[in-house]
Design a protein around this ligand. Sequence first.
Ligand SMILES: Nc1ncnc2c1ncn2[C@@H]1O[C@H](COP(=O)(O)OP(=O)(O)OP(=O)(O)O)[C@@H](O)[C@H]1O
Ligand SMILES: [Mg+2]
Length: 258
Amino acid sequence: MSARNLSLQPPLLEVRAVGKRYATRAVLENITFGIARGEIVSLVGPSGCGKSTLLRVLAGLDRGFDGEVRLDGLAQRGPSARLGVIFQEPRLLPWLSVADNVAFSAGPRQGGDPRVARLLDEVGLASTGATLPKQLSGGMAQRVALARGLFPQPDLLLLDEPFSAVDAMTRMRLQDLLLSLTRAHGTAALIVTHDLDEALYLSDRVLLLNTAGPHGAGRLVRETAVTARHPRDRRDTALAELRNTLLDGISATPPAYA
Ligand SMILES: Nc1ncnc2c1ncn2[C@@H]1O[C@H](COP(=O)(O)OP(=O)(O)OP(=O)(O)O)[C@@H](O)[C@H]1O
Ligand SMILES: [Mg+2]
């Protein structure tokens, strides 16, 4: 367990016995975990095990689930400004300037807000406020999406494979940017990723979701604490060992409907 997680404060996010069905099929079963303030947690697991479904439930985008999701002790019912969501694609509105996209949660054309310029500066795009999204590279557009996600000053960012559409070098830069942004803003993050190295580089804890149990629904099957200090070395052998543990966890889990 990470040092931050040992604090006496109640968790920022509490997920209790969450289950989700599509028609008669159970997709998630008995998901229970917490995230502390400022903590970075990754969620990994094979394709189709329910990672995006869980993120949608936590984001309040899907209310048809069992169990409870609490933020600071209050039951979550629908989307909240305290939870920012970032998807694999930047999903910027093409007819709005970069600045207006960043401030979109405040209204359609609020890009003049001084906080927008500060955020664009933080994500390394100080001079792009007036440009349109089509003028940006994929990595730049995802930086704008990070700025937009942070604009409402959320306590928790939920990210679904946020860097999987960019090249390897851009991905590493975006990982470092995410770490510096979450630290600077005190924001916690839950990051869904297929990349175990990314999970281990970024996170205080890695949660492994896999299809398990009699119904083949996604369950949390392992939790791995990552205590290496930041800045981390991507070639750290301790991280490589943790990667092997996670790989064992993925292959040891019985397949769905076993
Ligand atoms: N709207 C839906 N209706 C019915 N079944 C769905 C729906 N959305 C997802 N599913 C099913 O739920 C299961 C989990 O899907 P989900 O997208 O959460 O997986 P995932 O872990 O995010 O996969 P990936 O890593 O490929 O993104 C899959 O079997 C999928 O087919
Ligand atoms: Mg997914």
